[in-house]
Design a protein around this ligand. Structure first.
Ligand code: BG6
Length: 484
């Protein structure tokens, strides 16, 4: 019998997570093309971001400057190193490498930028964890192909992977193919994940005409692209570890009514497990086939697709976890908000200022639920509290609420490890303040490092260490033992 583990294993990868489009800036520098994120206006938690097919001078586009990591990466990586990061999750902006997505040759200046970033990480022994596509497909692919609705994107993505795998094969070991690939199981994922132009008013959080058939077809193309990338990556470097990334939505039945229980399972299956069943096991699960049949969804597949999926199973499973929701078979219940998908309020939980319910124990449950199904290493690659921070007169930022949130989640991760879950990494979301994906705000901050910039884009961009910066440093130094 294996002996009982008492806490975070030696070599546990502590760190933080970001995405190119939300923090790099330099949107038109170094030969970069326009990405989907570059045509998104700012919004708030009550007004949606909008997609503007052409840039409008009267609009504000928060991702254009991000937090200027493009020019300040040395300063930022130094701060991550000071906290003791073992791993740093970042994404490569596809449009920096292939400005239009379908270009014949890659953009050398873009490749060089990431050479420099990886070199800087290496200097501090920080392991990069690279997301290949994080809500930032070249916008030309949306305009000219309607994004992932078109199977030709599989080849463009393959070419992109071939270039970055070869270029960074000696400096990057951990890769994730698509960020929150399961967002395409919800209308929100249409543009963000699928790079598909939604019909209607262009509002990101209020897709007027949902096209489920198109979303699932696009998702199939991403499954094929991901599987081909995994196979290719292993051929280029057999030591590569390539994972999937899912927005895990922990779902409770609101009551013990058996109908609520079945609804919760259906949501867990369709929103969470459909994608990872395909990416981890290499085949569509029965519940998905049934759903497609009952909803008249007809996925066009090519003859070889089953084989491609089987040959491209991922090495590990990663997910984002922020909150949980309830479902009920009865209508008219209080709704809650959340990451990618929403649900109903849970009377036992408190919520963030953006109404995302806070549920650390749900993380322990989710870790067990996922691990029991797949038995492969897991990483929590996004977790954190989006909150408003205040700078005191003496320049300090006392973000005890953030410390509290993270502490309780770390405690539950430790419990899950003791339960037997093979959890190998934890990267908190937005370890340095960055632009919110959902709302475009700067005010919704997740970081240990404060960035002086507001919702209108004003500010010096100076970096300030919050109280949580020193706290997380201690957590890492003690491998998760000292959490107070
Ligand atoms: C995840 C995304 O959905 O949640 C990130 O992978 C995003 O890109 C994060 O930033 C938090 O969401 P938001 O809307 O608060 O930025």
């Amino acid at each position: 019998m294996q002996h009982l583990i008492n806490g975070f294993p030696e070599g546990f990868l502590w760190g933080g997570a970001t995405a190119a489009n939300q923090f790099e800036g330099g949107y038109d520098e170094g030969g970069k093309g326009l990405s989907g994120a570059d045509v998104l206006t700012g919004g708030t938690h009550t007004t949606s971001r909008r997609i503007t097919p052409v840039l409008d001078q009267n609009e504000y586009y928060p991702n254009h400057e991000g937090i200027d990591f493009y020019h300040r990466y040395k300063e930022d990586i130094k701060l991550f190193a000071e906290m003791g990061f073992k791993v740093f999750r970042l994404s490569i902006a596809w449009a920096r490498i292939f400005p239009n997505g379908d270009d014949k040759e890659p953009n050398e200046e873009g490749l060089k930028f990431y050479d420099d970033v990886f070199k800087e990480l290496k200097k501090y022994d920080i392991e990069p964890l690279v997301t290949i596509s994080h809500y930032e497909a070249p916008f030309s692919l949306t305009k000219n192909y309607n994004g992932w609705a078109d199977r030709r994107l599989v080849d463009f993505f393959y070419r992109y992977c071939e270039v970055i795998f070869n270029r960074y094969k000696d400096v990057v070991k951990y890769w994730l193919t698509f960020n929150e690939i399961n967002c395409l199981t919800t209308p929100f994922g249409t543009f963000m994940g699928g790079a598909i132009m939604p019909k209607g008013n262009g509002e990101l959080n209020n897709i007027q005409f949902d096209d489920e058939q198109l979303r699932f077809q696009a998702l199939h193309h991403q499954f094929i692209a991901s599987a081909k990338a995994v196979k290719l990556g292993h051929e280029i470097n057999k030591d590569f570890k390539i994972g999937c990334m899912v927005a895990y939505m922990c779902t409770y039945p609101l009551t013990c009514n058996p109908d609520d229980l079945l609804l919760a399972q259906e949501k867990d299956n369709m929103n969470n497990f459909l994608c990872s069943d395909v990416q981890v096991r290499g085949e569509y699960p029965g519940f998905a086939k049934r759903y497609f049949r009952e909803h008249n969804i007809n996925i066009i597949m090519e003859e070889n697709d089953d084989k491609i999926l089987k040959e491209g199973c991922v090495d590990f499973y990663t997910f984002s976890y922020y909150s949980s929701n309830c479902v009920s078979a009865e209508g008219n219940k209080d709704k809650s908000k959340g990451n990618v998908s929403t649900g109903l309020k849970n009377p036992y939980l408190k919520a963030s200022a953006w109404d995302w319910q806070i549920d650390p124990k749900g993380l322990r449950w989710s870790l067990n639920n996922i691990y029991n199904r797949y038995r492969i290493p897991l990483m929590v690659v996004e977790n954190g509290l989006g909150a408003v921070d205040t700078i005191e007169e003496d320049g300090s930022i006392n973000d005890d609420y953030r410390i509290e949130y993270l502490r309780e989640h770390i405690k539950q991760m430790k419990e899950a490890i003791i339960d037997g879950v093979d959890l190998i990494a934890y990267t908190t979301w937005g370890c340095i303040d960055l632009v919110s994906a959902g709302t475009g705000e700067m005010k919704k901050r997740y970081g240990f490092i404060y960035v002086d910039k507001d919702n209108e884009g004003k500010g010096t961009l100076n970096r300030l260490k919050k109280k949580s910066f020193y706290w997380y440093k201690k957590v890492i130094a003690t491998n998760g033992e000292e959490l107070d």
